[in-house]
Design a protein around this ligand. Structure first.
Ligand code: G
Ligand code: G
Ligand code: MN
Ligand code: NA
Length: 254
């Protein structure tokens, strides 16, 4: 069987799972949110990484149904955690370009957050530069319809794509995620240090929050904090993990 035909079965058979990776406030080290990362436990193939099946889901259009399931599941989980006392917790969900730019998506999101009983302000949607590379009036209106709900848009993998800086001004983005490829070299590569510091300074100038991805070491963290980066995510704080493990981590810092 092809990966495509197996992917069709993944949702009805309950083979998709969500993992949660902690995101911390660099001022105090506290976990304030998590990125939601999709996992596919395929009975014959084992665990399949999103980089392998998301492109297939995008090509086939299955991403629309899968993406909606991810949002629904993530918001329901967020509602339970907030109800259990983690009142300030928020979640960041990855969206494919095709998903964000489908007409009526904002109404779908509004329905999902209402059903889950979570405030829109506790939801971050991570989009990629490919969304901003189609800067039509229609697309701009679709993104505004989302931010009008009160949620935040975060630009994932910043610096790796082709988006022009002018898009940052034009689109209703409130956060930049510095790509892990720049964070990697902070301790040894003068260029990576300069890029990280410059992106942080630019983001602050534009009044955007900054999340550094792929933070693994104390040295990387110290450099990012010293340069004004507010938020961080990476193995230093935790790998993507099942909901129960993330809940245990939250409980320990309560
Ligand atoms: O979890 P992992 O570190 O392997 O993630 C790999 C990539 O897959 C990430 O860059 C992320 O953007 C993407 N990804 C993970 N979960 C989702 C999802 O639910 N929807 C979409 N569209 N992409 C996802
Ligand atoms: O594309 P996106 O940035 O959404 O996906 C994040 C990916 O990066 C996930 O596949 C996740 O497993 C991976 N990741 C998260 N933190 C780290 C880290 O500290 N080091 C490395 N090498 N990978 C990470
Ligand atoms: Mn992401
Ligand atoms: Na990324």
């Amino acid at each position: 069987l092809t990966i495509e035909s197996q992917l069709h079965q993944a949702l009805p058979r309950g083979e998709l799972r969500l993992h949660y990776q902690p995101q911390v406030d660099l001022r105090n080290g506290r976990i304030v949110s998590a990125e939601v990362l999709l996992r596919w436990q395929q009975p014959q193939r084992g665990m399949i990484a999103p980089n392998e099946f998301i492109p297939v889901a995008e090509d086939t259009g299955l991403i629309l149904r899968i993406g909606e399931w991810v949002l629904r599941e993530a918001c329901a989980q967020l509602g339970r955690w907030r109800h259990e006392g983690h009142r300030e917790l928020s979640l960041a969900v990855n969206l494919s370009a095709r998903q964000v730019l489908q007409p009526g998506f904002a109404a779908t999101v509004a329905g999902i957050i209402a059903q889950a009983g979570v405030p829109a302000s506790s939801l971050v949607l991570e989009i990629t530069e490919s969304v901003l590379m189609q800067p039509s009036e229609d697309n701009l209106a679709l993104l505004h319809a989302l931010t009008d709900l009160g949620l935040k848009l975060s630009l994932d993998d910043f610096g790796t794509g082709y988006s022009s800086l002018s898009y940052l001004k034009r689109f209703p983005i409130s956060e930049l995620k510095i790509d892990r490829s720049f964070v990697d070299g902070i301790e040894q590569d003068e260029n990576d240090r300069a890029i990280a510091a410059t992106v942080i300074a630019m983001a602050r100038g534009l009044r955007l929050t900054v999340m550094a991805e792929g933070v693994e070491t104390a040295g990387q963290e110290a450099y990012l904090r010293a340069n004004g980066c507010g938020l961080a995510q990476g193995y230093r704080y935790g790998r993507p993990m099942p909901a129960d493990d993330f809940a245990a981590l939250l409980a320990r810092q309560a």
